[in-house]
Ligand binder design. Structure first.
Ligand code: ATP
Length: 453
Protein backbone atom coordinates (compact mmCIF):
# COMPACT_ATOMS: atom_id res chain seq x y z
CA UNK A 1 0.00 0.00 0.00
CA UNK A 2 1.57 3.32 -1.04
CA UNK A 3 1.19 6.39 1.17
CA UNK A 4 -2.38 7.46 1.83
CA UNK A 5 -1.54 11.10 2.36
CA UNK A 6 1.42 13.36 1.70
CA UNK A 7 1.68 13.74 5.48
CA UNK A 8 2.83 10.11 5.77
CA UNK A 9 5.91 11.19 3.86
CA UNK A 10 6.44 14.56 5.54
CA UNK A 11 7.10 13.01 8.95
CA UNK A 12 9.40 10.36 7.52
CA UNK A 13 11.31 12.94 5.49
CA UNK A 14 12.13 14.95 8.59
CA UNK A 15 12.80 12.01 10.92
CA UNK A 16 15.08 10.18 8.52
CA UNK A 17 16.81 13.15 6.94
CA UNK A 18 15.29 13.43 3.46
CA UNK A 19 13.71 16.90 3.52
CA UNK A 20 13.67 19.68 6.11
CA UNK A 21 11.73 22.95 6.19
CA UNK A 22 13.91 25.73 4.78
CA UNK A 23 15.10 28.32 7.34
CA UNK A 24 13.46 26.10 9.97
CA UNK A 25 15.16 27.48 13.08
CA UNK A 26 13.87 30.97 12.18
CA UNK A 27 10.32 29.86 11.60
CA UNK A 28 10.67 28.70 7.99
CA UNK A 29 10.16 30.37 4.62
CA UNK A 30 7.19 29.49 2.42
CA UNK A 31 8.05 27.41 -0.61
CA UNK A 32 11.67 26.62 0.35
CA UNK A 33 12.92 23.25 1.54
CA UNK A 34 16.33 21.85 2.41
CA UNK A 35 17.35 18.36 1.36
CA UNK A 36 19.12 16.29 4.00
CA UNK A 37 21.62 13.39 3.83
CA UNK A 38 19.25 10.87 2.20
CA UNK A 39 17.22 13.43 0.23
CA UNK A 40 20.32 14.58 -1.64
CA UNK A 41 21.13 10.97 -2.52
CA UNK A 42 17.63 10.22 -3.80
CA UNK A 43 17.56 13.46 -5.82
CA UNK A 44 20.99 12.64 -7.26
CA UNK A 45 19.89 9.15 -8.24
CA UNK A 46 16.80 10.52 -9.99
CA UNK A 47 18.92 13.11 -11.79
CA UNK A 48 21.39 10.37 -12.80
CA UNK A 49 18.56 8.16 -14.09
CA UNK A 50 17.37 11.08 -16.22
CA UNK A 51 20.86 12.00 -17.45
CA UNK A 52 21.60 8.35 -18.30
CA UNK A 53 18.43 8.07 -20.33
CA UNK A 54 18.59 11.48 -22.01
CA UNK A 55 22.33 11.75 -22.73
CA UNK A 56 24.39 8.61 -22.13
CA UNK A 57 21.92 6.25 -23.83
CA UNK A 58 21.64 8.39 -26.97
CA UNK A 59 23.92 10.11 -29.42
CA UNK A 60 21.67 13.04 -30.33
CA UNK A 61 21.53 14.99 -27.05
CA UNK A 62 24.17 17.26 -25.45
CA UNK A 63 24.32 18.49 -21.87
CA UNK A 64 24.43 22.09 -20.66
CA UNK A 65 24.59 23.85 -17.30
CA UNK A 66 23.76 27.53 -17.78
CA UNK A 67 23.82 30.33 -15.21
CA UNK A 68 20.86 30.78 -12.89
CA UNK A 69 21.02 34.55 -13.16
CA UNK A 70 20.68 36.07 -16.56
CA UNK A 71 20.50 39.31 -18.49
CA UNK A 72 17.10 40.92 -18.39
CA UNK A 73 16.89 40.90 -22.20
CA UNK A 74 16.64 37.10 -22.22
CA UNK A 75 13.40 37.38 -20.30
CA UNK A 76 12.14 40.29 -22.36
CA UNK A 77 12.39 38.39 -25.65
CA UNK A 78 11.29 35.05 -24.19
CA UNK A 79 8.05 36.81 -23.27
CA UNK A 80 8.45 36.12 -19.55
CA UNK A 81 8.87 39.72 -18.45
CA UNK A 82 5.57 40.78 -19.97
CA UNK A 83 3.65 37.54 -19.71
CA UNK A 84 4.95 35.07 -17.10
CA UNK A 85 2.28 35.69 -14.56
CA UNK A 86 -0.51 33.93 -12.75
CA UNK A 87 -3.99 35.41 -12.19
CA UNK A 88 -4.05 36.62 -8.58
CA UNK A 89 -7.31 37.22 -6.72
CA UNK A 90 -7.89 38.27 -3.12
CA UNK A 91 -10.74 37.56 -0.76
CA UNK A 92 -12.16 40.90 0.40
CA UNK A 93 -13.32 39.32 3.66
CA UNK A 94 -10.36 37.33 4.99
CA UNK A 95 -7.58 38.72 2.77
CA UNK A 96 -6.46 35.32 1.44
CA UNK A 97 -4.59 35.62 -1.86
CA UNK A 98 -5.19 32.82 -4.35
CA UNK A 99 -4.18 31.74 -7.82
CA UNK A 100 -7.49 31.94 -9.66
CA UNK A 101 -6.80 29.04 -12.04
CA UNK A 102 -6.13 26.70 -9.11
CA UNK A 103 -9.16 27.62 -6.96
CA UNK A 104 -11.65 24.92 -6.10
CA UNK A 105 -14.49 27.25 -7.14
CA UNK A 106 -13.53 30.62 -8.67
CA UNK A 107 -16.61 32.33 -7.19
CA UNK A 108 -15.76 31.42 -3.57
CA UNK A 109 -12.77 31.98 -1.29
CA UNK A 110 -10.85 28.73 -0.71
CA UNK A 111 -10.29 29.78 2.90
CA UNK A 112 -13.54 31.28 4.23
CA UNK A 113 -16.07 30.60 1.46
CA UNK A 114 -16.90 34.29 0.95
CA UNK A 115 -18.07 35.23 -2.54
CA UNK A 116 -16.47 38.67 -2.32
CA UNK A 117 -13.44 38.10 -4.51
CA UNK A 118 -11.42 40.78 -6.31
CA UNK A 119 -10.98 40.83 -10.08
CA UNK A 120 -7.87 38.86 -11.14
CA UNK A 121 -4.67 40.76 -11.77
CA UNK A 122 -1.51 39.48 -13.46
CA UNK A 123 1.08 38.57 -10.84
CA UNK A 124 4.69 38.40 -12.09
CA UNK A 125 6.25 35.06 -11.14
CA UNK A 126 9.88 35.83 -11.92
CA UNK A 127 12.18 36.81 -9.08
CA UNK A 128 13.94 40.03 -9.97
CA UNK A 129 17.49 40.81 -8.90
CA UNK A 130 19.50 43.92 -8.48
CA UNK A 131 23.04 43.05 -9.46
CA UNK A 132 26.20 45.15 -9.18
CA UNK A 133 27.24 48.22 -7.22
CA UNK A 134 25.64 50.63 -9.70
CA UNK A 135 22.24 49.00 -9.77
CA UNK A 136 20.56 51.41 -7.29
CA UNK A 137 18.29 48.60 -6.18
CA UNK A 138 16.39 48.50 -9.48
CA UNK A 139 15.74 45.11 -11.09
CA UNK A 140 18.37 44.54 -13.77
CA UNK A 141 18.46 40.74 -13.92
CA UNK A 142 16.30 37.75 -13.06
CA UNK A 143 16.69 34.35 -11.49
CA UNK A 144 15.60 31.92 -14.17
CA UNK A 145 12.05 30.56 -13.83
CA UNK A 146 12.92 27.53 -16.01
CA UNK A 147 16.01 26.12 -17.68
CA UNK A 148 14.68 26.26 -21.25
CA UNK A 149 15.46 29.85 -22.18
CA UNK A 150 19.18 29.60 -21.42
CA UNK A 151 19.21 26.46 -23.56
CA UNK A 152 17.79 28.38 -26.54
CA UNK A 153 20.26 31.22 -26.12
CA UNK A 154 23.11 28.66 -26.20
CA UNK A 155 21.75 26.87 -29.28
CA UNK A 156 24.47 28.23 -31.57
CA UNK A 157 27.28 27.76 -29.03
CA UNK A 158 26.45 24.09 -28.59
CA UNK A 159 25.93 23.46 -32.30
CA UNK A 160 29.23 25.15 -33.21
CA UNK A 161 31.11 23.21 -30.53
CA UNK A 162 29.49 19.87 -31.33
CA UNK A 163 27.93 19.77 -34.80
CA UNK A 164 24.72 17.77 -35.14
CA UNK A 165 22.20 17.09 -37.84
CA UNK A 166 18.54 17.62 -36.98
CA UNK A 167 16.95 16.28 -34.93
CA UNK A 168 19.14 16.83 -31.90
CA UNK A 169 18.65 18.06 -28.38
CA UNK A 170 20.19 19.96 -25.48
CA UNK A 171 19.43 18.90 -21.92
CA UNK A 172 19.79 20.75 -18.63
CA UNK A 173 19.14 19.95 -15.01
CA UNK A 174 19.12 22.78 -12.57
CA UNK A 175 17.38 25.15 -10.22
CA UNK A 176 14.47 27.35 -11.21
CA UNK A 177 12.77 30.06 -9.18
CA UNK A 178 9.17 31.24 -9.25
CA UNK A 179 7.45 33.63 -6.93
CA UNK A 180 4.48 31.26 -6.56
CA UNK A 181 1.37 32.86 -5.07
CA UNK A 182 0.62 29.91 -2.83
CA UNK A 183 3.29 27.25 -2.41
CA UNK A 184 1.59 24.03 -1.34
CA UNK A 185 1.64 20.27 -1.16
CA UNK A 186 5.01 20.01 0.64
CA UNK A 187 7.58 20.03 -2.21
CA UNK A 188 4.91 19.90 -4.93
CA UNK A 189 4.81 23.65 -5.44
CA UNK A 190 7.84 25.55 -4.22
CA UNK A 191 9.44 28.90 -4.94
CA UNK A 192 12.84 27.31 -5.52
CA UNK A 193 12.83 23.95 -7.25
CA UNK A 194 14.71 21.86 -9.75
CA UNK A 195 13.90 21.00 -13.32
CA UNK A 196 15.24 18.47 -15.80
CA UNK A 197 14.45 19.73 -19.27
CA UNK A 198 15.21 18.68 -22.81
CA UNK A 199 14.86 20.98 -25.80
CA UNK A 200 14.78 18.83 -28.93
CA UNK A 201 15.27 20.67 -32.22
CA UNK A 202 13.46 19.25 -35.25
CA UNK A 203 12.58 20.10 -38.82
CA UNK A 204 9.25 21.98 -38.85
CA UNK A 205 7.54 19.20 -40.81
CA UNK A 206 8.63 16.56 -38.29
CA UNK A 207 7.30 18.21 -35.13
CA UNK A 208 4.27 16.01 -34.62
CA UNK A 209 6.17 12.79 -35.05
CA UNK A 210 8.79 13.80 -32.46
CA UNK A 211 6.23 15.18 -30.04
CA UNK A 212 4.61 11.75 -30.04
CA UNK A 213 8.00 10.02 -29.78
CA UNK A 214 8.93 12.04 -26.70
CA UNK A 215 5.56 11.49 -25.04
CA UNK A 216 6.05 7.73 -25.34
CA UNK A 217 9.72 7.88 -24.33
CA UNK A 218 9.11 9.96 -21.24
CA UNK A 219 6.13 7.94 -20.04
CA UNK A 220 8.17 4.74 -20.37
CA UNK A 221 10.95 6.38 -18.32
CA UNK A 222 8.59 7.15 -15.44
CA UNK A 223 7.46 3.54 -15.41
CA UNK A 224 10.76 1.73 -15.99
CA UNK A 225 13.30 3.98 -14.30
CA UNK A 226 11.29 5.45 -11.44
CA UNK A 227 9.14 2.39 -10.86
CA UNK A 228 5.80 4.24 -10.96
CA UNK A 229 2.99 1.83 -11.97
CA UNK A 230 1.52 2.65 -15.39
CA UNK A 231 -1.99 2.94 -13.94
CA UNK A 232 -0.86 5.82 -11.68
CA UNK A 233 0.26 7.90 -14.69
CA UNK A 234 -1.72 9.52 -17.48
CA UNK A 235 -1.41 12.03 -20.27
CA UNK A 236 -3.43 15.22 -19.91
CA UNK A 237 -3.57 17.53 -22.93
CA UNK A 238 -3.75 21.25 -22.08
CA UNK A 239 -7.22 22.65 -22.58
CA UNK A 240 -5.94 26.14 -23.31
CA UNK A 241 -2.73 26.35 -25.30
CA UNK A 242 -0.17 29.12 -24.76
CA UNK A 243 -0.04 31.34 -27.86
CA UNK A 244 3.30 29.85 -28.97
CA UNK A 245 2.38 26.20 -28.44
CA UNK A 246 1.04 23.93 -31.14
CA UNK A 247 0.44 21.08 -28.70
CA UNK A 248 1.00 20.62 -24.96
CA UNK A 249 0.50 17.47 -22.93
CA UNK A 250 1.29 16.88 -19.27
CA UNK A 251 2.25 13.61 -17.67
CA UNK A 252 0.20 13.44 -14.50
CA UNK A 253 0.79 11.21 -11.49
CA UNK A 254 -2.00 10.15 -9.16
CA UNK A 255 -1.04 11.83 -5.89
CA UNK A 256 -3.05 10.85 -2.77
CA UNK A 257 -5.50 13.69 -3.45
CA UNK A 258 -5.74 13.22 -7.20
CA UNK A 259 -3.89 13.38 -10.51
CA UNK A 260 -1.55 16.36 -10.97
CA UNK A 261 1.25 17.45 -13.29
CA UNK A 262 4.77 16.09 -12.94
CA UNK A 263 6.12 16.76 -16.45
CA UNK A 264 5.15 18.75 -19.52
CA UNK A 265 5.82 17.74 -23.13
CA UNK A 266 5.28 20.64 -25.48
CA UNK A 267 5.50 21.43 -29.16
CA UNK A 268 6.74 25.04 -29.02
CA UNK A 269 7.17 25.47 -32.78
CA UNK A 270 9.79 28.06 -33.76
CA UNK A 271 8.75 30.51 -31.05
CA UNK A 272 11.90 30.27 -28.92
CA UNK A 273 14.70 30.29 -31.45
CA UNK A 274 12.62 32.71 -33.52
CA UNK A 275 12.23 35.09 -30.55
CA UNK A 276 15.92 35.18 -29.68
CA UNK A 277 17.41 35.25 -33.17
CA UNK A 278 18.81 38.30 -34.88
CA UNK A 279 17.73 39.14 -38.44
CA UNK A 280 14.24 37.73 -37.89
CA UNK A 281 13.15 39.01 -41.30
CA UNK A 282 15.45 36.60 -43.07
CA UNK A 283 13.41 33.68 -41.79
CA UNK A 284 9.88 32.50 -42.15
CA UNK A 285 8.94 32.42 -38.46
CA UNK A 286 5.55 30.81 -37.86
CA UNK A 287 5.04 31.76 -34.22
CA UNK A 288 4.10 35.25 -33.15
CA UNK A 289 7.37 36.71 -31.84
CA UNK A 290 8.44 40.08 -30.51
CA UNK A 291 10.67 42.07 -32.84
CA UNK A 292 14.24 41.51 -31.63
CA UNK A 293 16.74 44.34 -32.08
CA UNK A 294 19.16 43.22 -29.39
CA UNK A 295 20.23 39.67 -30.25
CA UNK A 296 23.71 39.38 -31.72
CA UNK A 297 23.32 35.88 -33.18
CA UNK A 298 21.23 34.02 -35.72
CA UNK A 299 19.72 30.96 -34.04
CA UNK A 300 19.12 29.10 -37.25
CA UNK A 301 20.17 25.79 -38.74
CA UNK A 302 21.79 25.20 -42.12
CA UNK A 303 20.91 21.93 -43.73
CA UNK A 304 24.23 20.45 -44.93
CA UNK A 305 22.54 18.66 -47.84
CA UNK A 306 20.17 21.31 -49.21
CA UNK A 307 21.91 24.43 -47.90
CA UNK A 308 18.51 25.59 -46.64
CA UNK A 309 18.76 27.89 -43.63
CA UNK A 310 15.79 27.90 -41.25
CA UNK A 311 14.63 28.14 -37.64
CA UNK A 312 14.03 24.66 -36.20
CA UNK A 313 10.96 23.75 -34.16
CA UNK A 314 11.34 22.76 -30.51
CA UNK A 315 9.85 19.80 -28.70
CA UNK A 316 10.35 20.32 -24.96
CA UNK A 317 10.17 17.79 -22.16
CA UNK A 318 10.12 19.54 -18.75
CA UNK A 319 10.15 17.50 -15.56
CA UNK A 320 10.17 18.72 -11.97
CA UNK A 321 12.83 16.72 -10.14
CA UNK A 322 11.34 17.45 -6.71
CA UNK A 323 7.91 16.34 -7.88
CA UNK A 324 9.48 13.19 -9.29
CA UNK A 325 11.09 12.47 -5.92
CA UNK A 326 7.80 13.11 -4.12
CA UNK A 327 5.98 10.69 -6.45
CA UNK A 328 8.73 8.09 -6.03
CA UNK A 329 8.56 8.33 -2.22
CA UNK A 330 4.76 8.24 -2.10
CA UNK A 331 4.75 5.17 -4.31
CA UNK A 332 7.53 3.37 -2.42
CA UNK A 333 6.13 4.11 1.06
CA UNK A 334 4.63 0.96 2.55
CA UNK A 335 3.28 0.16 5.97
CA UNK A 336 3.29 -3.57 6.64
CA UNK A 337 1.52 -5.47 9.33
CA UNK A 338 3.90 -8.13 10.62
CA UNK A 339 1.37 -9.83 12.95
CA UNK A 340 1.49 -9.96 16.77
CA UNK A 341 0.75 -6.23 16.88
CA UNK A 342 4.00 -5.48 15.08
CA UNK A 343 4.37 -3.41 11.93
CA UNK A 344 7.07 -1.83 9.88
CA UNK A 345 7.42 1.09 7.48
CA UNK A 346 9.49 0.39 4.42
CA UNK A 347 10.42 2.44 1.37
CA UNK A 348 10.27 -0.05 -1.49
CA UNK A 349 12.39 2.05 -3.82
CA UNK A 350 13.95 0.66 -6.94
CA UNK A 351 17.41 -0.36 -5.67
CA UNK A 352 19.12 1.97 -8.14
CA UNK A 353 17.32 4.94 -6.60
CA UNK A 354 17.93 3.96 -2.97
CA UNK A 355 19.95 6.57 -1.01
CA UNK A 356 22.00 3.86 0.71
CA UNK A 357 22.84 0.81 -1.39
CA UNK A 358 23.89 -1.52 1.42
CA UNK A 359 24.42 -1.44 5.18
CA UNK A 360 26.98 -3.59 6.97
CA UNK A 361 26.01 -4.38 10.55
CA UNK A 362 28.14 -6.13 13.15
CA UNK A 363 25.77 -8.02 15.47
CA UNK A 364 27.40 -6.70 18.62
CA UNK A 365 28.76 -3.25 19.27
CA UNK A 366 32.48 -2.52 19.52
CA UNK A 367 33.69 -6.10 19.23
CA UNK A 368 37.02 -5.50 17.44
CA UNK A 369 36.97 -8.79 15.49
CA UNK A 370 33.43 -8.21 14.18
CA UNK A 371 34.14 -4.57 13.43
CA UNK A 372 37.26 -5.44 11.46
CA UNK A 373 35.42 -7.92 9.25
CA UNK A 374 32.54 -5.47 8.79
CA UNK A 375 34.94 -2.68 7.84
CA UNK A 376 36.62 -4.91 5.27
CA UNK A 377 33.24 -5.75 3.72
CA UNK A 378 32.32 -2.06 3.73
CA UNK A 379 35.58 -1.22 1.93
CA UNK A 380 35.02 -3.96 -0.65
CA UNK A 381 31.53 -2.64 -1.33
CA UNK A 382 32.83 0.93 -1.64
CA UNK A 383 35.12 -0.25 -4.44
CA UNK A 384 32.02 -1.11 -6.49
CA UNK A 385 31.30 2.64 -6.70
CA UNK A 386 27.55 2.06 -6.62
CA UNK A 387 26.76 4.86 -4.17
CA UNK A 388 26.54 5.19 -0.45
CA UNK A 389 27.46 2.23 1.80
CA UNK A 390 26.93 2.50 5.55
CA UNK A 391 28.45 0.68 8.49
CA UNK A 392 26.32 0.52 11.63
CA UNK A 393 28.08 -0.07 14.92
CA UNK A 394 25.25 0.39 17.39
CA UNK A 395 24.77 -3.28 18.19
CA UNK A 396 21.00 -2.98 17.92
CA UNK A 397 20.17 -5.08 14.91
CA UNK A 398 16.39 -4.60 15.10
CA UNK A 399 16.73 -0.83 15.22
CA UNK A 400 19.21 -0.89 12.33
CA UNK A 401 16.89 -2.97 10.13
CA UNK A 402 14.02 -0.58 10.92
CA UNK A 403 16.08 2.46 10.00
CA UNK A 404 17.30 0.95 6.75
CA UNK A 405 13.78 -0.24 5.85
CA UNK A 406 12.55 3.32 6.32
CA UNK A 407 15.22 4.85 4.11
CA UNK A 408 14.88 2.09 1.52
CA UNK A 409 18.27 0.34 1.77
CA UNK A 410 17.81 -2.75 -0.46
CA UNK A 411 20.11 -5.04 1.49
CA UNK A 412 21.75 -5.36 4.94
CA UNK A 413 24.76 -7.56 5.62
CA UNK A 414 25.09 -8.83 9.17
CA UNK A 415 28.39 -9.99 10.63
CA UNK A 416 28.05 -12.31 13.64
CA UNK A 417 30.08 -14.80 15.68
CA UNK A 418 29.61 -17.53 13.11
CA UNK A 419 31.33 -15.23 10.61
CA UNK A 420 34.53 -15.55 12.59
CA UNK A 421 34.35 -19.34 12.27
CA UNK A 422 33.29 -19.86 8.66
CA UNK A 423 33.61 -16.49 6.86
CA UNK A 424 29.91 -16.30 6.05
CA UNK A 425 27.48 -13.45 6.67
CA UNK A 426 23.71 -12.97 6.65
CA UNK A 427 22.30 -11.01 3.77
CA UNK A 428 18.86 -9.61 4.56
CA UNK A 429 16.56 -8.42 1.76
CA UNK A 430 14.53 -5.28 2.39
CA UNK A 431 11.25 -6.18 0.69
CA UNK A 432 10.84 -9.88 1.56
CA UNK A 433 12.89 -9.70 4.80
CA UNK A 434 14.28 -13.05 3.60
CA UNK A 435 17.74 -13.87 4.85
CA UNK A 436 20.44 -15.87 3.13
CA UNK A 437 23.79 -17.03 4.42
CA UNK A 438 26.59 -16.42 1.96
CA UNK A 439 30.40 -16.37 1.89
CA UNK A 440 32.02 -12.98 2.48
CA UNK A 441 33.76 -13.32 -0.87
CA UNK A 442 30.35 -13.47 -2.57
CA UNK A 443 29.01 -10.27 -0.96
CA UNK A 444 30.10 -7.73 -3.62
CA UNK A 445 28.71 -9.83 -6.46
CA UNK A 446 25.36 -10.39 -4.69
CA UNK A 447 25.03 -6.71 -3.74
CA UNK A 448 25.78 -5.68 -7.30
CA UNK A 449 23.10 -8.07 -8.57
CA UNK A 450 20.56 -6.68 -6.14
CA UNK A 451 21.36 -3.02 -6.82
CA UNK A 452 21.31 -3.47 -10.58
CA UNK A 453 18.23 -5.70 -10.28
P1 ATP B 1 2.03 24.35 -12.78
O1 ATP B 1 0.86 24.37 -13.77
O2 ATP B 1 1.94 23.23 -11.77
O3 ATP B 1 2.31 25.69 -12.18
P2 ATP B 1 3.75 24.59 -15.03
O4 ATP B 1 2.88 24.02 -16.10
O5 ATP B 1 3.94 26.05 -14.92
O6 ATP B 1 3.34 23.97 -13.60
P3 ATP B 1 6.22 23.96 -16.30
O7 ATP B 1 6.60 25.37 -16.52
O8 ATP B 1 5.75 23.15 -17.48
O9 ATP B 1 5.17 23.87 -15.13
O10 ATP B 1 7.42 23.22 -15.56
C1 ATP B 1 7.78 21.90 -15.79
C2 ATP B 1 7.75 21.08 -14.53
O11 ATP B 1 8.43 21.75 -13.47
C3 ATP B 1 6.35 20.82 -13.98
O12 ATP B 1 5.77 19.70 -14.62
C4 ATP B 1 6.64 20.53 -12.52
O13 ATP B 1 7.01 19.17 -12.34
C5 ATP B 1 7.82 21.41 -12.23
N1 ATP B 1 7.40 22.61 -11.51
C6 ATP B 1 6.84 23.72 -12.03
N2 ATP B 1 6.59 24.63 -11.08
C7 ATP B 1 7.00 24.07 -9.91
C8 ATP B 1 7.02 24.52 -8.55
N3 ATP B 1 6.58 25.72 -8.21
N4 ATP B 1 7.53 23.68 -7.59
C9 ATP B 1 7.99 22.45 -7.94
N5 ATP B 1 8.00 21.98 -9.20
C10 ATP B 1 7.51 22.77 -10.17
Amino acid sequence: MPAKTVNDIVALCKRRGFIFTGSEIYGGLGGAYDYGPYGVELMKNIRDAWWNAMIYSRNDVEGLDAALISNRLLWKYSGHEAGFSDPLVECKKCGTRMRQDKMKDTSKCDNCGSTEITEPRAYQLMMGLSIGATSDGAINAYLRPETATTTYTNFKNVLDAKPHKLPFGIAQIGKAFRNEISPRGFVFRMREFEQAELQYFVRPDQDEQYHKMWMDTRLAWWINELGIPAEKLRFMPHEKLAHYAKAAVDIEYEFPDGFDEVEGIHNRQDFDLGSHTKSQNEFEIHANVLENKDSTTKLSYSDPQTGENFIPYVIETAMGVNRAMLAVMLEAYTEEDLGDGKSRTVLKLKPKLAPVKAAVIPLARNVPELLEIATNIENDLRKLAIGRIELENSGNIGKNYRRHDEIGTPVCITVDHQTMEDNTVTLRHRDSMAQERIAITDVPRRVLEIVNG
